[in-house]
Design a protein around this ligand. Structure first.
Ligand code: CMP
Length: 150
């Protein structure tokens, strides 16, 4: 059992896709352990995407991520990190497999509708960037307990 961080980005929120995206995650057996809506500030974007601040695409990424609210999610389940990455598809939607969220909904590399953690270390950092421990809920689903506290 592991946890991962996922984010529904501003263009997906504005397109009314929140429910459809969370349904894809829940239908794959993942459980929502924490959720919040938040519009990133520039400081948030610089902190959350610290590894990209010096990259040439950062200014465009920052403008996009601060233009409207995103939905932040902590998701739990077996192989949660790999499952969410597979559901999301490749970062570049032109390379995303049919049936993935980015194939279905992303108009460009920057506006790629969702984000998720790529390793246990990034999941830990990203979950705790947005959530306090007391905002993470471990609970029983009909099948089994699917959230854990990192
Ligand atoms: P995300 O998974 O949130 O991680 C970094 C984000 O930067 C990425 O999705 C895209 O939204 C954006 N981005 C724009 N251009 C690039 C690029 N060339 N390589 C990686 N990420 C990019």
């Amino acid at each position: 059992m592991e946890m991962t961080f996922a984010m529904i980005k501003p263009n997906a929120v504005k397109s009314g896709l929140i429910g459809r995206i969370i349904d894809r995650y829940e239908s794959a057996g993942l459980v929502v352990c924490a959720v919040k809506m938040h519009q990133m500030t520039s400081a948030d974007a610089r902190g959350f995407y610290a590894e990209h601040v010096e990259k040439p695409f950062f200014a465009e990424l920052e403008a996009y991520m601060t233009k409207g609210p995103s939905v932040m999610l902590a998701l739990g389940g077996e192989n949660a990190i790999a499952k969410v990455r597979a559901i999301n598809g490749a970062t570049n939607p032109a390379k995303a497999e049919p049936g993935t969220l980015r194939y279905d909904y992303a108009p460009s590399m920057t506006e790629n509708v969702v984000h998720s953690s790529d390793s246990p270390a990034s999941a830990d950092r990203e979950i705790h960037f947005w959530f306090k421990d007391e905002e993470l809920y471990a609970y029983e689903t009909a099948s089994k307990k699917a959230c854990c506290i990192l």
